[in-house]
Design a protein around this ligand. Structure first.
Ligand SMILES: *Cc1c(COP(=O)(O)O)cnc(C)c1O
Length: 411
């Protein structure tokens, strides 16, 4: 069965909870053992003291280690990306930081794709660097040859443990070729004993429109605050991949204690029941908005996956690895910051707020808001100008979205 058919029932039996059709919130810190022998057995498995016997399932002990809401949520999330294992966190940043920390030790090197989410960029360039991790940025417009020669020049090749990218990139919708990154990992095997792990932040397209594990990624990460949550009412994060690759991430999560709470997991379970229908509607609306913007005299350029102005190489990557263009649009308005702000201040239906992926449409100004911390040179390199607006398109009636854009541009 398809994931959207299983989202309402998978991993939960109503007869466990008085016949309740929906999985209740297990708002409990600890779980009662039937016998002391059972408690001993649960701990043996939880602490990896022995392997499970055939048919033996790890029991519930304490909600920092596991909780039915976290477990059922993780099982359901696996279905979308066809992953073996998932780990859910109380924020996207905690999923990202825990993943990086569990694979990188002082003296190791990380290759990361620029631009990445501001919080990720800060964590890499401030925290990881401060504990002695060496970092090397690459960007989507570089060829494999340019990247490999930069790595050779840096003398870091034998230390690389992870390659971390985000695609599409925020806010320009530039796509990183995941297959190229996979070739890069193969190249690095000439220098290291083990293949560096490839981690992809897939927040922008979600599992509905891009499945990085199928294109060579080892780990896929989400800020579940965005499309997975989809209602602007929770903060959460997820990492998915092979069981063996998730083991050390889950181990570190147990000790950092940044697992998702039962309440947030329950909200997220509610949300992913409608993930596909929401994302498809948002994309359908966004495609109409893109066509409208392309024909508007006050719009200089539109940034959206798969359209002509992104360039032919980008279109090839789009065809290879994306199942759809999603619902994030950026555009340059005629003029500069003044005109951009006038437009933003005139919006009525579309809210002026950062974040993305929710069922209501949002607009913001990357240059002075989400990307204000990005150095001026990098802003230039990535076309983040004072005239750029970023839209996250929601599920409203598209005519109302277009009418709002029309009246806000009419100054
Ligand atoms: C929002 C976001 C994050 C951070 O997630 P939080 O849930 O806010 O911690 C990471 N990556 C991307 C692409 C994001 O948009």
């Amino acid at each position: 069965m398809q994931p959207e058919s299983l989202m309402m029932t998978y991993g939960y039996n109503p007869h466990w909870s008085e016949g309740a059709i929906k999985c209740p919130i297990f708002q409990t810190s600890t779980f009662v053992f039937k016998t002391a022998e059972e408690g001993k057995a649960f701990f043996e498995l939880a602490y990896g003291k022995r392997y499970a016997k055939p048919g033996e399932i790890p029991g519930l002990i304490y909600s920092r280690l596991n909780n039915p809401n976290m477990q059922i949520l993780e099982e359901r999330l696996c279905l979308w990306d066809e992953a073996e294992e998932a780990a859910a966190f109380e924020s996207g940043m905690s999923a990202i930081a825990t993943t990086l920390l569990s694979y990188l030790k002082p003296g190791d090197a990380l290759i990361y794709g620029n631009p990445v989410y501001g919080g990720t960029h800060h964590f890499i360039n401030h925290y990881l660097v401060s504990i002695g991790v060496e970092v090397l940025p690459i960007h989507p417009k570089q060829s494999l040859r340019e990247i490999t020669s930069a790595i050779e020049a840096s003398k870091l090749a034998n230390k690389v443990k992870m390659i971390y990218i985000e695609t599409p990139a925020n806010p320009t919708n530039d796509l990183f070729d995941i297959e190229l990154v996979s070739q890069l990992a193969n190249f690095l095997m000439n220098f290291t004993q083990s293949r560096p792990k490839i981690a992809v932040d897939n927040t922008y397209l979600g599992p509905v429109f891009q499945q990085p594990l199928k294109h060579g990624a080892d780990l896929v990460l989400y800020s579940a605050t965005k499309y997975l949550g989809g209602h602007s009412d929770l903060i959460a994060g997820v990492v998915l991949g092979k069981k063996t690759d998730l083991e050390q991430i889950k181990h570190l999560r147990t000790f950092l204690g940044n697992m998702i709470s039962p309440n947030t997991a329950w909200l997220l379970m509610r949300s992913i029941e409608t993930l596909k229908i929401r994302m498809e509607k948002q994309q359908e609306n966004a495609q109409k908005v893109v066509q409208w913007l392309l024909n508007h005299s006050k719009i200089k350029r539109v940034y959206y996956p798969g359209i002509k102005s992104q360039g032919t190489e980008q279109i090839e990557i789009f065809k290879k690895q994306c199942l759809g263009p999603g619902a994030m649009i950026s555009f340059d308005i005629e003029g500069g910051e003044k005109e951009a702000f006038t437009f933003l201040n005139r919006l009525k239906l579309i809210h002026l707020a950062v974040s993305l992926g929710s069922n209501e449409s949002l607009a913001q100004h990357p240059y002075s808001m989400t990307h204000s911390d990005v150095p001026e040179d990098d802003k230039k390199l990535h076309n983040i100008t004072p005239s750029m607006i970023r839209l996250s398109i929601g599920i409203e009636h598209v005519d109302d979205i277009l009418a709002d854009l029309h009246q806000a541009l009419n100054f």
